[in-house]
Write a protein that binds this ligand. Structure first.
Ligand SMILES: NC(=O)c1ccc[n+]([C@@H]2O[C@H](COP(=O)([O-])OP(=O)(O)OC[C@H]3O[C@@H](n4cnc5c(N)ncnc54)[C@H](OP(=O)(O)O)[C@@H]3O)[C@@H](O)[C@H]2O)c1
Length: 418
């Protein structure tokens, strides 16, 4: 009878040996000694696992003790090729800003939770900074109620961690990911919430961080700049030489929209409150309308393309400010109603568009690697730049959400993660 190998590491958690198997699978060329080095288990244990004589329990926290194999049918599980490659010495518990129910920012609190596991096409990012976009408040509050029907959770949020924008360093990659390596500096949008020390990002929603930007600046980009790009380039079909009106020009999306439209060769008019007039002009707007004093729809001017980002003006007012064959793109606007949140305005625009010469449509932006790379090129060339109003630490992130939602921020608000 073959005797089981004696283990000297009875206090080590079982996950160490599970990781050892994954490493072994991923690095088939590793020697037993290398494996013992990387995982901290003894060489005898490794030999016992390989010979099928040792089956560690899969329950977390159970000591890593060898057991006698009774029959040849009970084999040690073999890792699947799509299992993520992880470094077994990295910690598995992280700090994150979480919520257990919908509500105001008061429901958010710091908690120690498990780091996310990445899938084959995903990347684990060590978060250095996370942008706060307007959508963070909506997902936190569960409003408009309509969004709860779209898989976000009827009574409570299915995903407890908030935050989508992320910039950081790659901590682990899934088995199919070839574009990124551990240590790369990246930016993109998270699947599992970026107000945390680690987050999971699909590789096709990630791009190399522009070299000239810090992490906080890069984290201000993905959601807002992609929305501006899609609204101008895809929904608005912007052409050089056109006149563009950006309503909500001083906010997260608006500050990118003014710069992108200018970079694409348009002549831009921005609409914002008094305190943001200088900022919007500095971003390239040829003209700025202070909405507390003047009305963009007073009939004195018309524009080829209008980006409606804030204020919820009526369709009639927006159409009055459009050229006869101009295009209106509705990006968003707060205060559009607890149930529909203004989506009804977008639907009415779409219906009306079928009967008029003007084109009226909404946009639902998604952040892909191609667009992030396009934006990265413009950022590195200095054609556009992120505007950051304030940064908050992870512990203060709930205050950051309150601040962003108040609508006073000039540009973006960012959470930095130490
Ligand atoms: N469709 C999509 O895919 C998509 C993507 C991203 C965001 N969004 C939506 O777009 C909207 C804006 O997002 P954001 O991140 O830019 O928000 P934000 O950073 O809060 O910016 C909104 C800006 O609008 C300004 N504003 C408020 N009332 C206004 C008015 N009557 N006229 C002109 N400007 C006014 C605010 O400042 P001042 O009043 O001081 O000027 C603020 O700067 C949100 O509703 C968001 O949900 C949609």
């Amino acid at each position: 009878m073959v005797r089981p190998a004696k283990s000297t590491n009875s206090a080590k958690p079982t996950r160490v040996t599970n990781d050892m198997r994954r490493l072994r699978f991923a690095h088939g060329e590793m020697t037993q000694a290398d494996l013992a080095d990387r995982t901290g288990v003894t060489r005898q244990t490794i030999i016992a696992i390989e010979q099928g004589r040792y089956s560690p329990s899969l329950e977390p926290g159970v000591p890593d003790r060898p057991r006698l194999r009774r029959t040849a049918r009970r084999r040690v599980p073999v890792p699947h090729p799509t299992d993520p490659i992880r470094d077994p010495v990295r910690r598995r518990i992280m700090k994150a800003l979480v919520q257990n129910r919908y509500g105001s920012a008061d429901v958010m609190h710091l908690e120690d939770i498990e780091e996310p596991e990445v899938g084959a096409d995903e990347v684990l990012v060590r978060v250095q900074a996370a942008g706060i976009d307007a959508g963070v408040w909506h997902l936190m509050a569960g409003r408009p109620y309509l969004l709860r029907l779209f898989g976000f959770g009827l009574r409570a949020p299915r995903l407890r961690v908030r935050g989508r924008d992320v910039a950081g360093t790659v901590a682990a990659v899934g088995a199919h990911v070839t574009r990124f390596r551990v240590g790369d500096e990246v930016f993109g949008t998270s699947l599992t919430g970026s107000f945390a020390e680690y987050t999971r990002v699909p590789a096709d929603r990630l791009a190399p961080k522009p070299a000239n930007l810090g992490f906080a600046q890069a984290a201000a980009v993905p959601v807002s700049a992609c929305a501006a790009l899609h609204a101008l380039r895809d929904a608005g079909k912007l052409e050089a030489g056109q006149r563009v009106l950006v309503i909500g020009a001083g906010g997260g999306v608006g500050t990118f929209a003014v710069q992108l439209a200018t970079a694409l060769g348009a002549t831009v008019t921005g609409v914002c409150s008094t305190g943001k007039v200088d900022l919007v002009r500095s971003l390239g707007a040829a003209q700025v309308i202070d909405y507390t004093r003047d009305d963009f729809a007073d009939g004195r001017n018309t524009w080829d393309l209008i980006l409606d980002i804030a204020g919820n003006p009526t369709l009639a007012r927006l159409r009055r400010a459009l050229t006869p064959t101009g295009t209106l793109v509705i990006v968003g606007g707060e205060g559009g109603g607890a149930v529909f949140g203004g989506i009804d305005r977008q639907l009415r625009a779409l219906l009306l568009s079928a009967f008029v010469k003007q084109t009226l449509r909404g946009v639902v932006s998604a952040e892909g690697a191609d667009d992030l790379e396009t934006l990265g090129t413009l950022l590195e060339a200095g054609s556009i730049r992120p505007v950051i109003d304030r940064t908050f630490s992870l512990a203060e992130a709930a205050d950051g959400i309150r601040y962003q939602h108040a609508g006073q921020a000039r540009g973006k608000v960012v959470v930095t993660v130490p």
